[in-house]
Design a protein around this ligand. Sequence first.
Ligand SMILES: Nc1nc2c(ncn2[C@@H]2O[C@H](COP(=O)(O)OP(=O)(O)O)[C@@H](O)[C@H]2O)c(=O)[nH]1
Ligand SMILES: [Mg+2]
Length: 242
Amino acid sequence: MSTYRVALIGNPNTGKSTLFNALTGLRQHTGNWAGKTVVRAEGEYEYNGHTYNVIDLPGTYSLFSNSVDEEVARDYIVLDRPDVTVIVLDATAMERNMNLALQVLEMTSRAVVCLNLIDEAGKLGIEIREQLLAEKLGVPVVKISARNKQGITELLRQIENVAKRRIVPKPVQVKYSEEIERRIQELEPEVRRLIGDDYPARWIALRLLDGDDSIIAALERRLGANASQTKEMIADGLSCAH
Ligand SMILES: Nc1nc2c(ncn2[C@@H]2O[C@H](COP(=O)(O)OP(=O)(O)O)[C@@H](O)[C@H]2O)c(=O)[nH]1
Ligand SMILES: [Mg+2]
């Protein structure tokens, strides 16, 4: 029997907490993120003889570490590497929600996209072809109504598929300008060499090119010994960016 870690992420009001409750019922507890005043809701469920530990991440519109909520969510996905990240989208506002989904898919390939509020979408006459969307995004897509507990069985099945690596998603990657792609290509192997394959090298390279050293600070806290090397890496990344 294994324990898998599942993170729920999404914009505020997409029904993450409703889904979290539907999945974990009374098997949950809340605390705070270490050193932060942000509430950490954690719970678990059993499925096919395995335990799934679920974290309800703070709702965010993006993951650029502009706020404590964004930083908590980003660090969990990038540094704690959950087995599965469930991206919860509001099916009535796909366009607005897709921004965060694409950001998450740059950070992890172990993801399932969950289209919630499908009951509301139905009422509005919005029809979503989830199979087509799954092909375009490169990850499983499941339609649910968390409040009506619809689609949960299929969601559990897809979470299991990704957790057990029966499905290894190949998410679509945002393609940047030729110039940026060239710089990513230079930096990415260097990042990988320094911090290994456990972290999303392309995404970290992008953040470096963007001059975002908060991720480096977070990596340093996590890796300790490699701190001086990561410092060098910042220098490389920044000189590369300017
Ligand atoms: N109609 C409908 N409402 C939902 C569904 N899931 C959640 N909601 C409602 O959406 C609102 C926001 O839900 P919440 O779980 O707090 O969202 P969070 O901010 O992402 O945690 C609440 O009023 C929920 O009752 C759903 O599947 N259908
Ligand atoms: Mg919530």
